[in-house]
Design a protein around this ligand. Structure first.
Ligand SMILES: [Zn+2]
Ligand SMILES: [Zn+2]
Length: 412
């Protein structure tokens, strides 16, 4: 069906490739999908309905739970189009069961987990100079933390200078030409802030040497760890709701600045919250919930995206802070160790699931601070477990190779 089959670029989005494939064979993208649907019906009738009817719904992450049909449809299409020279499936963005933080779902693309909240499905910006060199769209432009092109060190462009419409190659059905006919690769660009470039380099997986070692985001870590840290900053430091999808430059610059002085920036914040908690509390902290002082700290610090302390810098710093309070004799904040964790928070400290926690209570290893009636079910959101008890239990019974106290205690 397609006589000319361009080679896909290594970071090219599936939609971008479909557009180029169609263009190379003189198909209009809008006409392509009904045509593909018919073709599929002819060869594999049972799969025909599984094909998306437009480019904007084509990628696999758009499919509902029954996405396996869509998967096979794409597989067959791959053979049909390209005789297996390339697999369209390898280029697809998929759903994954992995979560970030408390409850953020993720997408999966070529070995990379991306929080769904940071993935743009529409209004995709562009780098005009990249388009001039090669007219294709990399998946990285779909990631909202990428504001700058790390190759050309310029800001990405969000709208067409001629008609003012937001750039969106999927809606337009063309990689470089706007719906108004303007060639977007000729747009004048502005230089980008070096911090935004550095962040984009981290996400692209570039290794620009040892610069910026002090900043947590710029250390040698996985791209997922960078996503996790930014998500955590958004949730715990800025307390943004999930409905607010906007990730603008000002937000990212604040975030980068926060992580500049790691971990002191977090420790001083924890110090301040503790001080205020102790200062303004009218009675003893015994019976006060941990979250009334620290908010959702424990819950949003889990899975960033790693559960192992070794790889989760935020959780490691929180544990180190709490460890001193719990174990140091006469610590000025020792009263904090009497605050109460709910079941979800206790699970974070122990690194266990809710079901495992229930077992620990049943076996008498962990005691709720409130008498429960015989058949009473524990509401996981009720603060019931003394921080000190949970932390000590973790220290004596839940140490593991990748999550243990030695990871953050200084070694002599
Ligand atoms: Zn560029
Ligand atoms: Zn335009």
């Amino acid at each position: 069906m397609f006589l000319i089959r361009p080679d896909p670029e290594f970071d090219e989005s599936l939609e971008s490739y479909i557009i180029r494939l169609a263009e190379a064979n003189r198909f209009r993208v809008k006409k392509l999908f009904p045509h593909l649907g018919k073709l599929l019906q002819k060869q594999h009738g049972n799969l025909a309905g599984a094909m998306a009817t437009e480019l904007s719904r084509f990628n696999l992450y758009h499919a509902n739970i029954s996405s396996s049909k869509r998967y096979w449809a794409l597989h067959l299409l791959s053979e049909l189009c390209c005789k297996e020279r390339i697999s369209l499936l390898e280029m697809a963005v998929l759903k994954t069961s992995r979560n970030f933080g408390e409850k953020h779902t993720a997408l999966f693309w070529k070995g990379l987990d991306i929080p769904r909240i940071f993935f743009r499905s529409e209004d995709i910006p562009i780098c005009p100079q990249c388009l001039k060199e090669k007219p294709y769209i990399p998946v990285f432009w779909h990631i909202s933390l990428v504001k700058a092109c790390p190759k050309h060190r310029t800001l990405l462009i969000y709208s067409c200078p001629q008609c003012g419409q937001k750039t969106d190659y999927i809606r337009n059905g063309g990689t470089s030409i706007c719906a108004c006919g303007f060639d977007l690769s000729s747009t004048v660009v502005k230089p980008a802030d070096s911090k935004l470039i550095r962040l984009a380099e981290q996400i692209y997986g570039f290794k620009p040497g040892a610069n910026g070692q002090g900043n947590l985001l710029f250390r040698e870590s996985s791209t997922e760890a960078v996503f996790g840290a930014v998500l955590w900053f958004r949730q715990w430091v800025e307390k943004k709701s999930d409905e607010e999808l906007l990730v603008n430059e000002a937000f990212l610059l604040r975030c980068i600045e926060f992580f500049d002085d790691w971990p002191s920036c977090l420790i001083s914040r924890l110090d301040k919250l503790t001080f205020e908690g102790l200062e303004y509390s009218e009675r003893s902290l015994k019976g006060t919930s941990f979250r009334s002082i620290f908010g959702a700290l424990l819950k949003v610090s889990r899975y960033l995206p790693d559960d192992q302390l070794e790889k989760n810098e935020v959780l490691k710093t929180v544990f180190s802070f709490l460890d001193q309070i719990v174990f140091q004799n006469g610590h000025p904040y020792s009263e904090i160790s009497l605050t109460l964790l709910d079941s979800f928070e206790a699970c974070v400290v122990l690194g266990v699931s809710i079901r495992q926690l229930a077992r620990l209570i049943e076996d008498g290893l962990l005691h709720p601070c409130k008498q429960l009636k015989d058949s009473e079910e524990i509401n996981p959101a009720t603060p019931l477990f003394r921080l000190k008890d949970v932390f000590v239990l973790w220290s004596v019974a839940f140490q593991s190779r990748h999550s243990n106290r030695n990871i953050y205690l200084s070694r002599w």
